[in-house]
Design a protein around this ligand. Structure first.
Ligand code: HEC
Length: 106
């Protein structure tokens, strides 16, 4: 946790680099909601990597809103035999932030 705070503080020094600040805030949401227990940036773990999700839906076959529905209600059979339990704990603003970020991560 201290490491994360340090990273956020360091990124805070670069507030002009809005992208990095957004990224830090998004990563915090993902950690706070335990998404990172099952998802990593580029490596498939329990669930698909953010990169794989972005690559699959890059063509617009799923929008951020549709992806948000999958996350909120849970997802099954899209990526493999392991289902994702419903992640209903996210508020709509955080959900929109993370799904947009996931779709743009590559
Ligand atoms: C218990 C493990 C677990 C947790 C916690 C978890 N996921 Fe998942 N997630 C999965 C698995 C497994 C899949 C693949 C499900 C499937 O095949 O349909 C998945 C799929 C997804 C997808 C792709 C959905 C699609 O329609 O293709 C997204 C996006 C996603 N997760 C985001 C999140 C976010 C954001 C959180 C945190 C709020 C989260 N996940 C928490 C295991 C998890």
């Amino acid at each position: 946790m201290r490491k994360l705070h340090y990273a956020v503080a360091v990124l805070g020094l670069f507030t002009l680099e809005g992208v990095k600040a957004d990224q830090a805030a998004t990563l915090q949401i993902l950690q706070r909601n335990a998404c990172t227990a099952c998802h990593q940036a580029t490596v498939k773990t329990v669930g698909p990597s953010w990169q794989d999700v972005a690559n699959r839906y890059r063509d617009g076959s799923k929008t951020a809103a549709e992806l948000g529905e999958s996350v909120k209600k849970g997802s099954t059979g899209q990526w493999g035999p392991v289902p994702m339990p419903p992640q209903a704990q996210l508020n709509d603003a955080d959900l929109a932030t993370v799904t947009q970020w996931i779709l743009s991560s590559h």
